[in-house]
Write a protein that binds this ligand. Structure first.
Ligand code: ADP
Length: 766
């Protein structure tokens, strides 16, 4: 097997033996170049050599006379830019005529011939015995080689096999390539193995002596020191140690169940043992951080003084008696029964009516910490109950995050926007929330990330929502719903005077001796600078006003007292932003006032109807929702069925098209409560009779003319009152809701309760 001018692959850290395969990976372009050429030109054949002196620069003199003829068995370019090859050693060869051309070396080669060996059998036996002893004594030495021994019948191959198998260093290993004579190689191998054995025996002897003297603790210390020494040797910086000490200290002080403590101790041990470069290190560290910093058993003591609780709630929030009452009841029952089971309150109402701020005041009055999360827009249940730790970037859910922030086991936990969760393929967050809120289950709440059970039963949950209908059904069932409705202008005036103005004065460093806002000015702010159900915008406008006053006081220094009346508002706040529908137009045929409930509170809503020559079609415009369109059709059918009673000429309906329009089209309008108003507008149109602008009405209508109950009466009445309405028709079923309406308003408006539309007809058209 002679070859001429073969390329030489120089390897300086490992040895390839005949009948042996190695896998190599290259990103180095020089070696890769050789591999590529060999693979393409020489049918994969090449010469593999280990330089004589591994530390000196490579030139022809540093290359040995003996090497291995090898062949590329497999070559793959892997995606990370490297090339992976499997090289097979074929035979030991003698090299000659090295030439170098542009850093690539070439040489001729001739296979080394092995002469017959007398007593070959004996040598083989002695070598195998030595090998057996070696495998027996040296720790971690596998015996996979044994099965291959039976396939070999000559000393030369046996020596190469054993040499490739031994875990000795590179320098010692590479000499076996150049010891050509098998007997010499056999002797060198036995010597090397015996040498190693002596070392192992010595080490074992020392360790067994040391072991006898060491107690368990000392042994652990010894082993840790050994790990540290090794890590130092490997260049791993060990900042973990200090951290472990700190973690252990924190763990010993932690008030938690023994199960949790065991878990923490276990995790600290894992953390300690894991290699500093392991990607798992950070994961364990984060997990420990959560376990150690959760308030497992850290309670605040409730303020049980009911009178004090009431006075704190009253001082922070005007009205809202239902909620305040409920909190006092909760405390009373708790004291009386010693039961700690908390109610799950849900405050429902339009934005800015004080849901969140009241919940915060409740916490303050009870002397509890606050946790607050918003679940609006959540569509993934892991947001509530956490991700499993195997998930990349895993975190606990928002409940546990809130508890950690609050720092106690019994905070007031505010869950905002419970009506805005969505359900999709990622799961149903509402049912996870149910698990959190359900007192039967939540004493053993288990977050997927934390894994250990956490007791949520002492938490006072307060949820908030804007629309009761949108709260997921299964949750609504467990909640104690408390409605907070919009404020009337008078209520807003009181809130401004008693709460918002004093609060904002203080925040702006002002005193009542410097600024006074007249009631009429506050009312104008409420009417023309804000449009809302609550008082959030009002609070902002008052803050803007004070900001400008502070600036004036500091810049101009010429005025020490500001009395803000209606006239001054424009100077500070600019032009009025909202002008309510002026309700002083002429009465018209086919135009009637309805009443609407929007997120800004209530307003009146003018419904118009007209007719022109056509074929009896119905045309609807003005951003009407599906339900409202149905109301229009029901109204028309009801009228068609009762033309005689309403004195309408049926031909009018057959020969004309009817158009119903609801102006102020920017707002989507829906809901059935405009039914009676649409009916009235149509009758007015078809009978040519005007309806007074001081009248408005609300109620759902059925095909039989029955008038059904509606929602949001309070807001609607507030809106109508503002628009100067003097008479309102409302469904009889809503009579009870009139309790919510202030006496001042009731004095100025006449309410007529109806069961059937005919009663309205009688009042207006007869
Ligand atoms: P919501 O959570 O209902 O949207 P917030 O609790 O955020 O409303 O309230 C907005 C602002 O209005 C807060 O500054 C709050 O103090 C104030 N506020 C609301 N209702 C009242 C009230 N009844 N008495 C005093 N201040 C109130």
């Amino acid at each position: 097997m002679d070859y001429k001018n073969l390329l030489v692959l120089i390897i300086n850290d490992m040895v390839i033996f005949p009948n042996n395969e190695v896998r190599l990976e290259y990103d180095n372009t020089y070696d890769r170049q050789i591999i590529d050429i060999v693979d393409k030109i020489n049918d994969g054949y090449m010469l593999i050599v280990n330089p004589i002196d591994e530390n000196s620069d490579i030139d022809i003199t540093s290359l040995p006379n003996y090497g291995i003829l090898g062949r590329i068995k497999l070559k793959i370019n892997v995606p990370n830019g490297k090339t992976r090859v499997v090289i097979e050693g074929i035979a030991r060869v003698e090299l000659s005529n090295y030439v170098s051309d542009d850093k690539l070396y070439r040489a001729n080669c001739k296979e080394v011939e092995i002469e017959d060996i007398s007593d070959e059998e004996n040598y083989i036996n002695v070598l195998i015995k030595a090998l057996n002893r070696y495998i027996d004594k040296v720790p971690h030495m596998g015996n996979a080689i044994m099965s291959q021994l039976s396939l070999i019948d000559n000393l030369n191959d046996l020596c190469d096999l054993i040499a490739s198998f031994l875990t000795i260093d590179y320098k010692r290993k590479k000499k076996y390539i150049t010891i050509v004579n098998p007997i010499e190689r056999c002797k060198a191998l036995i010597e090397d193995m015996n040498e190693d054995l002596k070392f192992v025996e010595l080490e074992q002897k020392i360790e067994s002596e040391v072991e006898k003297e060491l107690s368990e603790a000392q042994k652990e210390y010894f082993l840790r020191e050994k790990i540290k020494a090794m890590q130092k040797e490997l260049g791993e910086v060990n900042s973990k140690d200090d951290e472990v000490i700190k973690l252990k200290k924190k763990c010993s002080k932690l008030k938690c169940s023994s199960k949790v403590k065991e878990r923490i101790i276990h995790e600290i041990a894992r953390y300690e043992a894991i290699n500093s470069n392991s990607p798992e290190l950070g994961i364990i560290r984060d997990y420990l951080d959560w376990l150690i910093n959760l308030p497992w058993n850290n309670y605040t003591k409730d303020n049980d003084d009911l009178v004090k609780v009431k006075s704190i709630l009253d001082s922070s929030h005007y009205a809202l008696e239902d909620v305040k009452e409920r909190i006092i009841e909760y405390l009373a029952v708790k004291q009386n029964t010693n039961s700690l089971r908390s109610p799950i309150l849900c405050l429902v109402g339009p934005p800015g009516v004080g849901k969140t701020s009241l919940a915060i005041s409740i916490a303050k009055s009870l002397n509890r910490k606050v946790a607050k999360i918003s679940v609006g827009g959540i569509n993934d249940e892991a947001e509530i109950i956490g991700h499993r730790r195997t998930y990349v970037g895993a975190n606990p859910g928002r409940i546990i995050q809130g508890i950690r922030k609050a720092g106690t086991t019994n905070p007031v936990f505010i869950i905002d926007e419970i009506d805005k969760m969505t359900k999709d393929i990622k799961g149903d967050p509402a049912s996870s929330l149910l698990e959190v809120l359900d007192p039967e289950q939540n004493s053993k709440f288990s977050d997927h990330y934390i894994e250990e059970e956490f007791d949520l039963s002492k938490v006072l949950f307060i949820a908030t929502a804007n629309y009761i209908e949108q709260i997921p059904y299964e949750l609504k069932d467990r909640l104690e719903i408390i409605n907070l409705s919009s404020y009337t202008e008078y209520e807003k005036l009181d809130i401004a005077k008693c709460h918002l103005i004093p609060k904002e004065l203080e925040e702006h460093g002002l005193t009542p001796l410097q600024v006074h806002i007249e009631d009429s000015a506050i009312m104008t702010i409420i009417r023309n600078y804000t449009k809302e159900a609550g008082v959030r915008e009002l609070e902002r406008v008052i803050a803007t006003l004070f900001r400008k006053i502070v600036k004036n006081i500091l810049l101009e220094k010429d005025c020490s007292f500001y009395n803000i009346d209606e006239g001054k508002l424009e100077e500070f706040l600019g032009k009025k932003k909202y002008l309510y529908l002026e309700n002083n137009n002429q009465d018209e045929i086919g135009v009637v006032n309805g009443m609407a409930y929007t997120i800004f509170g209530g307003d009146i809503l003018s419904i118009e109807a007209t007719l022109y020559k056509g074929k009896g079609e119905l045309i609807l415009t003005g951003s009407l929702g599906d339900v409202m369109q149905e109301s229009c059709r029901i109204a028309l059918s009801y009228i068609k069925a009762n033309v005689e009673e309403f004195n309408i000429d049926p031909k009018l309906l057959e020969e004309n098209d009817i158009h119903i329009h609801i102006p102020e089209g920017a707002v989507n309008k829906d809901g059935p409560s405009a039914g009676v108003t649409i009916t009235t507008a149509l009758i007015s149109l078809l009978t040519n009779k005007k309806v007074n602008k001081n009248i408005s009405m609300t109620g759902e209508i059925t095909l039989q003319g029955r008038v059904l109950a509606i929602g949001g009466l309070k807001e609607k009445v507030i809106g109508a009152h503002r628009a100067n309405v003097k008479k309102i028709f409302i469904p009889k079923e809503n009579e009870k809701d009139l309790d919510e309406i202030l006496d001042d308003v009731k004095k100025e408006i006449k309410f007529i309760f109806v069961n059937n539309y005919k009663e309205i007809y009688k009042e207006l058209f007869k």
